[in-house]
Design a protein around this ligand. Structure first.
Ligand SMILES: [Zn+2]
Length: 176
């Protein structure tokens, strides 16, 4: 069965035919993900396989992408590699969601049909960082070349306050 990633198809037929779909989706085509990114270049690649497991419609999804996000420390763009491997229960209402076995994620299907795009959009959205930052120990974390941002200034002010008691102690010791 060949099916484009953008086309919505009935869950019943995807599951019934055990459709397996490989995809390469430009991140710009993922409606919610693209909204979160500083630059929507790049692609999400992977595959999805539909089946019925224990009476439950399931999508097994593998997807990887490296979207560009903005580091909240240095405000520079950075790549955020994402690899998602998940088993997703496709449910049509919240009551059904309560009965989903543990270990499965839940995706609420609208009007009994779904596209690969919908699934990938949701999974990558969930994998995006809340607050993106370069790793500790990176150039950005140790850099003194920061723009005069308020946050950096506030941090330095906090540092000097922390050091003050010790400085005063030093003065006291000298006076003895
Ligand atoms: Zn940074």
């Amino acid at each position: 069965m060949s099916l484009g990633w953008s086309r919505r198809a009935p869950v019943d037929s995807l599951v019934g035919t055990e459709a397996a779909i490989e995809f390469t989706i430009p991140l710009a085509e993922l409606p919610r993900v693209s909204h979160e990114l500083s630059a929507a270049d790049g692609e999400a690649r992977g595959k999805v396989r539909f089946s019925r497991q224990l009476g439950q419609a399931v999508a097994e999804l593998d997807v990887s992408a490296a979207p560009e996000v903005v580091c909240q420390r240095c405000m520079q763009p950075m790549r955020w590699p994402i690899t998602v491997k998940s088993r997703i229960a496709l449910v049509s209402d919240y009551n059904a969601a309560d009965r989903v076995p543990e270990g499965l994620e839940v995706f609420l299907v609208e009007a009994d049909s779904i596209s690969v795009r919908d699934l990938v959009d949701e999974e990558i959205l969930l994998a995006l960082p809340h607050v993106a930052r370069h790793a500790e120990g990176s150039e950005c974390a140790g850099s003194k070349m920061q723009l005069p941002g308020q946050e950096a200034e506030a941090e330095e002010a906090a540092d000097s306050q922390v050091q003050k008691p010790f400085a005063q102690l030093g003065e006291l010791l000298k006076r003895k």
